[in-house]
Design a protein around this ligand. Structure first.
Ligand code: ZN
Length: 180
């Protein structure tokens, strides 16, 4: 018996060869009017009292952590430089260093708040790479659970609405307040 036969991956059973993550709330992204300008810059420039509305979680000196409003997986975070840059090579060492610290912190926040079993970390640079917002680079920190269920599935939620994003934001803020 091969190792693969002993532990088939869920996606392998379906024979699709890839994993489809169910994310119905993303339809709101496609339906909503497209914002002009950069939402990351707008959130950073906004009054910190509006951070919850803007889903801004942590303000650093050179980088920030934001909650993704239209995630493939609920709880997906983004670590972005304060500087509006679309190319990784345009970021200076201090910014990269702070981004790395905030990626680590994102893992701690998610671990404390939603107990994922794993993470995907990565940057999509350029349209061909799948970057939704091309001009303002950001590192995705995506929590993952077994069998590609997500947090909303594990707590039994069947519908994910805007208020779910807000409650996720509050949950993450609580984790930060408690030291994550
Ligand atoms: Zn920007």
């Amino acid at each position: 018996m091969t190792r693969q036969a002993k532990t088939p991956r869920p996606s392998a059973k379906k024979g699709t060869g890839y994993t489809l993550i169910d994310a119905p709330w993303r339809f709101k992204y496609f339906d909503s009017p497209k914002e002009t300008g950069c939402f990351i810059c707008r959130a950073i420039a906004s009054d910190p009292r509006l951070d919850a509305k803007n889903l801004l979680l942590v303000r650093g000196e050179r980088a920030v952590i934001m909650l993704n409003r239209y995630p493939y997986t609920m709880g997906a975070l983004m670590v972005a430089p304060v500087a509006h840059r679309g190319d990784f090579r345009a970021l200076d060492e201090k910014t990269l260093s702070e981004m790395n610290r905030l990626v680590k912190r994102s893992l701690n926040i998610l671990q404390a708040a939603v107990h994922p079993k794993g993470f995907n970390l990565g940057i999509n640079q350029g349209e061909a790479a799948g970057a939704g917002l091309q001009d303002h680079l950001h590192t995705h920190v995506v929590p993952r659970w077994d069998a590609d269920t997500n947090f909303m599935t594990t707590i039994g939620g069947s519908r994910v609405l805007a208020e779910d994003i807000d409650s996720m934001y509050r949950r993450l803020r609580r984790a930060i307040k408690n030291g994550a």
